[in-house]
Design a protein around this ligand. Structure first.
Ligand code: CAA
Length: 283
């Protein structure tokens, strides 16, 4: 089936990046959020990120303007349902995601593919609460979406081949590369990446190094573009903690125990860049 229009639910960090790359690739995009303020902020940010690409001569001014014009925003979830592909990119909380799918189902076209950008939650479980488990799958982008090459594609137990092929076609049209992952907690990238970040938190918690030495060690010693604590701030400590909990619960292994320091920071509301305070102070 041919995908021409894409509905994106959630206009946060991931949702606005997804809307950006979809519009640039030629899809008509409907971006939805429960708050008008979030939608306005997202469109403003997409404009700025497109400007950045123009200034680095990655895209022309005309491509920028056309892409921005392809994005419409709405607070009505039913308007998002009238598209060929829906990508849910709301917060990493399972009950929120179930509620979004419940609210979108009554207006969804019969053939629309339903996907989630979840970074860790079971695709099979999310799909089982919809009317179309065979047309449901995981469509997981990396942050920052316009820059990162990878999209993880995750098939639930019932996902059919036609749905997988259609999503793979979208990834190719975006000029990105797909990695296919089986539906187990946190899939591939976060199964490996988030325990590394958690271990960096333990390294700090146990006083093996300080924030600066841990990040410098991994940047210069392992050639990572960001140190693990800087990356945790970038991803959001709440998201990192949610993923560790999914790994801990889903795989029932103490090696995935979230570091108490990560839990404490989240309880304090020190979630990283988005709250201007995490392992670093951005105020
Ligand atoms: N939109 C468009 N372009 C952007 C951008 C954005 N939001 N953010 C950065 N860029 C572009 C810049 O314009 C620049 O382009 P050129 O190469 O053409 O110059 C390029 O990206 C590099 O940006 P900067 O020069 O500003 O900064 P940098 O060199 O320090 O790179 C970074 C920034 C790309 C974020 C880099 O630090 C990096 O790769 N960090 C690691 C990111 C990472 O690991 N992401 C995965 C997180 S895990 C995840 O997402 C999964 C999950 O579910 C939690």
């Amino acid at each position: 089936m041919e995908i021409k229009s894409v509905g994106v639910v959630g206009a946060g960090q991931m949702g606005n990046g997804i809307a950006h790359v979809m519009a640039l690739a030629g899809y008509d995009v409907r971006l939805n959020d429960v708050r008008q303020e979030s939608l306005d902020k997202a469109v403003d940010l997409i404009g700025k990120n497109l400007d950045r690409q123009v200034s680095r001569e990655k895209i022309s001014q005309e491509e920028r303007d056309t892409a921005l014009a392809r994005i419409s925003t709405t607070m009505e979830i039913a308007e998002v349902a009238d598209t060929d592909l829906v990508i849910e990119a709301a917060t990493e909380k399972e009950d929120v995601k179930h509620k979004i799918f419940e609210s979108i189902l009554p207006s969804l076209r019969p053939n629309t593919i339903l996907t989630s950008n979840t970074s860790s939650i079971s695709i099979t479980r999310l799909a089982s609460r919809t009317d179309r488990p065979e047309k449901f799958m995981g469509f997981h982008f990396m942050n920052p979406v316009p820059v990162m090459q990878l999209v993880e594609l995750i098939r639930g137990i019932a996902t059919d081949q036609e749905t997988y092929a259609a999503c793979l076609g979208v990834v190719e049209k975006l000029g990105k590369t797909a990695a296919s992952a089986e539906d187990f907690p946190a899939f591939i990238v976060n199964r490996i990446l988030i325990p590394m970040i958690n271990e960096a938190c333990y390294t700090l918690y146990e006083g093996v190094g300080n924030v600066s030495s841990i990040d410098t060690a991994m940047k210069l010693g392992a050639n990572h573009p960001m140190g693990p604590l800087e990356l945790a701030d970038f991803i959001g400590l709440d998201t990192c903690l949610a993923i560790m909990n999914v790994l801990h619960d889903g795989l029932a292994d103490t090696k995935y125990r979230p570091c108490p320091l990560m839990t404490k920071y989240v309880e304090a509301g020190w979630l990283g860049r988005k709250t201007k305070r995490g392992f670093y102070d951005y105020r």
